[in-house]
Design a protein around this ligand. Structure first.
Ligand code: SAM
Length: 355
């Protein structure tokens, strides 16, 4: 495999397993093998299946936005399967389906089933706004999706309609009930905290999540596109202190918790995460890359470094060439985003990159 040619930059699973065999150490079952030039192991792929969304969150998609891709530009399910297969052979075991809104792409449960069946894929999760979840929860669970993140910025129907442009609270609550019944665990609620809009609602969101057994993650707005920049940013460090005291929370850890820093209740029954890309960025532990619906592999949420996989796939690249291209791309992963230092730099909105 190509990676053998540059063992100092990244290691193939074959290299590492050969090492363990040579030195008589038992072969490790799962091993991350893609490493970037800053020593970060890349073990997680966020996979966008569409850039379209049925909601219009004010901080995400600009009003009147028409720049969506034509569906024929999206990677087909066969193309997605090839890319995920290549990542899995390079040790990327965890995949998250996202978008846009992934449940608006027809056949999503079938795709989930195909990805779960790929050798090396051990964890398939999904991020959704849950408007269509009541319809799809059981099928997705049966297809092998185990973990679910649901975006929910308000429990007040009028305010949520104002943020999302749609009267969708009841649909989302129905989706959450269906997800629980289908056996998803854990279910995480993601709430973007918006100054002057929902920031006073974090306490009631904590109580809601405690009551229903959901993990809550509060997220700082990122200056992605004019829409992201126009949201009123709230520094979550102070919110963290306030909630820690009010709900008597202690430091905690959640497995697969990604960039969130967690607090939890003393009995461990409730976890509260903070995703703080601005007030306390977490790029030194970044373990992920993002594949946009159009086949562009983005190496960092806030930088332009990318690889056009659709062009390579449609030019007939073989599997070895694909793995080589992925290894080369990972070696170019930037050190960090510059959301704080250069807030005007990122013109891509989240729904185009894949959230
Ligand atoms: N539709 C799916 C969902 O709602 O989870 C997946 C895609 S959505 C773009 C992923 C996440 O990105 C959502 O939680 C959304 O709130 C968040 N998001 C979008 N734009 C953002 C921004 N500028 N800053 C922070 N979060 C953002």
């Amino acid at each position: 495999m190509h990676c053998n040619r540059a063992p100092h930059r990244y290691n193939s699973s074959a290299d590492i397993n050969r090492f363990f065999l040579l030195f008589g150490v038992k072969k490790l079952k799962t091993m991350t093998t893609l490493q970037d030039r800053f020593g970060r192991n890349i073990e997680y792929l966020r996979l966008s299946v569409t850039d379209r969304c049925d909601l219009r969150c004010s901080y995400c998609i600009p009003k009147g936005f028409h720049g969506f891709d034509a569906p024929q530009h999206w990677l087909s399910f066969d193309e997605i399967e090839r890319v995920v297969g290549a990542f899995a052979r390079l040790g990327v075991a965890r995949i998250r389906l996202t978008g846009g809104e992934p449940l608006t792409r027809s056949g999503i449960a079938g795709l989930a089933q195909r990805l779960c069946a790929l050798p090396g894929v051990t964890d398939l999760s999904l991020s959704t706004n849950a408007t269509l979840l009541a319809r799809y929860a059981t099928g997705l669970r049966q297809a092998g999706v185990s973990r679910l993140n649901v975006s929910l910025d308000s429990l007040d129907a009028a305010r949520l309609a104002c943020i999302t442009g749609s009267d969708c609270l009841q649909q989302i609550l129905d989706g959450l009930i269906a997800a629980k019944q289908a056996g998803f665990s854990p279910i995480k609620i993601n709430m973007v905290v918006l100054g002057g809009e929902n920031e006073h609602e974090v306490e009631s969101m904590v109580e809601f999540c405690m009551a229903h057994g959901f993990i809550l993650r509060l997220i700082e707005t990122m200056p992605m596109g004019d829409s992201g920049r126009s949201a009123r940013y709230v520094d979550l460090q102070a919110v963290r202190q306030r909630l820690q005291q009010r709900f008597r929370l202690i430091d905690g850890v959640v497995s697969g918790g990604g960039p969130a820093r967690y607090l939890q209740s003393a009995d461990g029954s409730f976890s509260l995460g903070f995703i703080t890309p601005i007030s306390q960025h977490f790029c030194d532990t970044c373990n992920r890359v993002r594949l946009a619906a159009d086949g562009m592999l983005y190496l960092c949420l806030g930088q332009e470094d990318r690889l056009d996989l659709r062009a390579l796939l449609r030019a007939g690249i073989d599997d070895t060439g694909l793995e080589t291209a992925l290894c080369d791309a990972i070696s170019r992963k930037p050190e960090r985003h510059e959301f704080k230092e250069q807030p005007h730099k990122t013109v891509r909105i989240m729904t185009k990159t894949g959230g």
